[in-house]
Design a protein. Structure first.
Length: 278
């Protein structure tokens, strides 16, 4: 005889619910692992910077949600750093940071030191205040950071080249969402992909334009675009570097072709290059 049949029924229902939850959790974890491995597999196809950017903003963002990724490497002791930026936010581009790093280089050096002090383990800072950084050294780049509320730092130690690299993910969320196993599996492949692609150097300076390509009739912007065309960049890549749309690049090229009286990129570069020797 059951004294408390209603309690037995209640416990049976609860156990059944717990079993369902456990099964769902197992299924979700399986799907999560499968998604992570799929992202890693796609990393092997990254050969150019444009591939790296697209992979970060699509596949990686699905398993590691973020608004901005800044990779920084170089001499953290002096603040002489190189940067690579990936973001879908307008005006958050590598070139903006290279042109005016301001206090941002100091921030990266501090985050690197904190990573060392933390035993070279990744860490996150929730409720991050970017407004203070922008107030100290306002630039186009730091102004865009004001909306970021959390960050995650993952570092890679380079014992051979003595060139450590830190990856700083910024997000609008006040607490950075991340699973430890996802980060441990994914980040070595992010680092490997970055080291395979070319570094987007600073665009040609005014002096370099005069020295290399003393060609009349072109605007400063057209000089920049033709410089990157000569370097083999696509319209999409040039747009990323100069923070303009590929369609704008295309329109600039049309005007360049008209001014140089040519009909294609190869002819424009061929006509442009001899002036380097002038």
């Amino acid at each position: 005889m059951q004294l408390f049949p209603h309690l037995i029924d209640m416990y049976s229902e609860r156990n059944a619910a717990m079993n369902i939850d456990a099964a769902n959790n197992h299924e979700n974890k399986s799907q999560n692992w499968e998604q992570v491995f799929n992202v890693i597999q796609k990393s092997f196809a990254v050969q150019k910077h444009v591939h790296f950017f697209n992979w970060l903003q699509t596949s990686v963002n699905e398993v590691l949600p973020h608004d901005i990724l800044v990779a920084a490497w170089g001499d953290f002791a002096t603040g002489d750093l190189n940067f690579d930026v990936s973001s879908n936010i307008e005006d958050i581009r590598t070139q903006k940071l290279i042109d005016a790093p301001g206090v941002f280089a100091y921030l990266m050096s501090n985050l690197h030191q904190r990573w060392l002090d933390n035993g070279e383990r990744w860490y996150r800072i929730n409720f991050f205040d970017a407004a203070g950084i922008n107030a100290q050294s306002p630039t186009q780049f730091t102004r865009q950071l004001v909306g970021m509320n959390s960050l995650l730092v993952y570092g890679v130690r380079d014992y051979r080249g003595k060139n450590d690299c830190i990856y700083v993910f910024f997000d609008r969320a006040r607490e950075f969402p991340i699973e430890h196993h996802v980060l441990g599996l994914l980040m070595p492949h992010v680092d490997s992909a970055l080291r395979r692609v070319e570094y987007l150097q600073t665009p040609v300076t005014e002096v370099a334009v005069v020295e290399e390509y003393e060609l009349g009739g072109l605007t400063e912007r057209e000089h920049e675009i033709l410089h990157w065309v000569k370097s083999g960049k696509t319209n999409f890549e040039i747009g990323m570097i100069l923070t303009i749309s590929p369609n704008t690049v295309k329109n600039h090229l049309k005007r360049i072709f008209q001014k140089l009286d040519v009909s294609c990129r190869a002819q424009a570069v061929a006509k442009y290059a001899p002036h380097k020797l002038a």
